[in-house]
Design a protein around this ligand. Structure first.
Ligand code: LLP
Length: 438
């Protein structure tokens, strides 16, 4: 039976299982999320539909826990990757913390679990005073400050609220993350963070305020980073800064190492996920040896990405000038990654037949943009109109980036767990879209 090649070491979220329907002359198999047939979910909830595997999310988060078990640490799941309340609730229940970048994300976390604030780190280059006040009120663990002006604004907010804000400067280590330019953040030309060479002055300023408490150093060099070397380089620079800051008399308890660990979207890499996180942990921890610290981590994609798929139905097949197109009912409005970052997502038929011929197609959406595509010149098993496709590794930066362009309601989301499945977000209606218009 055909299986999409998946990394070993965990039950893959999406696997083919023998189909109950017998076809003459060939064997069909049907794609499942955990033990639930995706065709069944499409029938029940319609398409396009996001499906996530709870067991896979749990296992991937646990792999992080295990890789860092030898040092004091907190895994602060990066809410921006996928902010569905059911997923946040599940992670909060398992004891994870959260990385938020807006008042909205903070509210989601608190809605999922009121007690989670003490494990919330507040990042982001443009926090408003209202957002800072809300995070202070909630009792957040750490504010990752990105500029001198933000530091002053935070001190003012804390003074007004009669609180003391625990701060880390997000430093920009000037390390190349070797990833897509749009998701690389650690070079001095990027808008993020404070140049590492200027950080000491800002720490000195922070230490003078009675409403700020210097607590850590934070760094995040980018996303979808598959080579651990840049993480290690960044940590070496951060470790040197921590030593300098301690010599200056600051109490540095935390290093927030950010997120960024990449996943293998094309699945040519069959290495075990636990081994991968192990390698990542080693790259981060080696430069920190001897420094007594609590490590904070902000993984997003590596926890939720491979645990999600976008289900879509083939509306039409067409040929233009010798080029074959599959027009599907999902588009850049549901998953913008291919359009925005030229990202590759594996696309597989939900019903797979061992006798299917291959063909080269463009898989495109219904949105009125040439950039609305999921794959170009992709060799895939031949499928018919009406058949279902699964776009894999869509759990991170999928639904959170969905839009209503062309007045398209955003899709529903389903969480499968073993044999069970539940709707965790209803499909939007056109009425929802028009509700706030006057
Ligand atoms: N921490 C900070 C401060 C971040 O800016 C990010 C991601 C993360 C943690 C989580 O990074 P992760 O572990 O997920 O790589 N929309 C893009 C990715 C944008 C990432 C933004 N920041 C994409 O679809 O590839």
């Amino acid at each position: 039976m055909k299986q999409p090649p998946r990394p070993n070491g965990r039950p893959p979220a999406f696997t083919y299982q023998p189909s109950s329907k017998k076809s003459v002359g060939h064997i069909d198999s049907s794609l499942h999320g955990d033990q639930v047939a995706l065709s069944l979910l499409a029938k029940r909830y319609g398409t396009p539909l996001y499906v996530y595997s709870a067991s896979s999310i749990r296992q991937r988060a646990a792999a992080f826990e295990s890789a860092f078990r030898k040092v004091p640490h907190t895994i602060c799941y990066s809410v921006k990757a996928n902010s569905n309340l059911a997923i946040l609730r599940m992670l909060a229940k398992a004891g994870y913390g959260f990385d938020v970048v807006s008042g909205g994300e903070l509210e989601r976390v608190l809605h999922a679990d009121k007690g989670a604030a003490k494990k919330v780190v507040f990042s982001g280059v443009g926090k408003t005073r209202e957002e800072m006040k809300a995070a202070l009120k909630a009792g957040s663990l750490l504010f990752n400050v990105e500029s001198a002006s933000e530091l002053r604004a935070l001190a003012e907010c804390a003074a007004q609220a009669r609180k003391i804000a625990p701060v880390a400067m997000r430093v920009n280590p000037d390390v190349s993350a070797k990833t897509h330019p749009y998701i690389s953040t650690g070079l001095h030309k990027h808008k993020f963070g404070i140049p590492i060479s200027e950080a000491r002055y800002l720490y000195a300023e922070a230490a003078k305020s009675k409403h700020l408490k210097v607590a850590g150093v934070s760094v995040h060099i980018g996303s979808q980073i598959t080579d651990v070397q840049p993480f290690s380089e960044a940590m070496q620079r951060v470790a040197a800064l921590v030593r300098d800051l301690r010599a200056d008399g600051h109490k540095i308890n935390y290093i927030d190492a950010g997120g960024g660990l990449g996943i293998s979207y094309d699945h040519d890499d069959r290495s075990d996920f636990a081994d991968k996180v192990g390698g990542y942990a080693e790259a981060l921890l080696r430069p920190l040896r001897g420094l007594k610290l609590h490590l904070l981590l902000e993984p997003g994609r590596s926890i939720i990405g491979p645990a999600g798929a976008l289900l879509t139905r083939v509306l039409y097949k067409k040929t233009n000038g010798g080029k074959k197109f599959l027009v599907v009912d999902a588009g850049m409005t549901e998953l913008i990654r291919p359009s925005l970052y030229q990202a590759h997502h594996q696309i597989i038929p939900v019903t797979s037949s061992d006798s299917a011929k291959q063909e080269v197609v463009d898989v495109v959406g219904p949105v009125c943009e040439t950039g609305d595509f999921f794959a170009r010149d992709r060799q895939m098993p031949e499928v018919e109109e009406g058949e279902l496709l699964a776009i894999l590794d869509a759990g991170a930066y999928g639904m959170v980036l969905a839009s209503n362009y062309n007045t398209r309601p955003r899709p529903a989301e389903v969480l499968v767990d073993g044999k069970s499945s539940k709707l965790i977000r209803r499909r939007e209606t056109i009425g929802d879209l028009m509700r706030n218009e006057i």
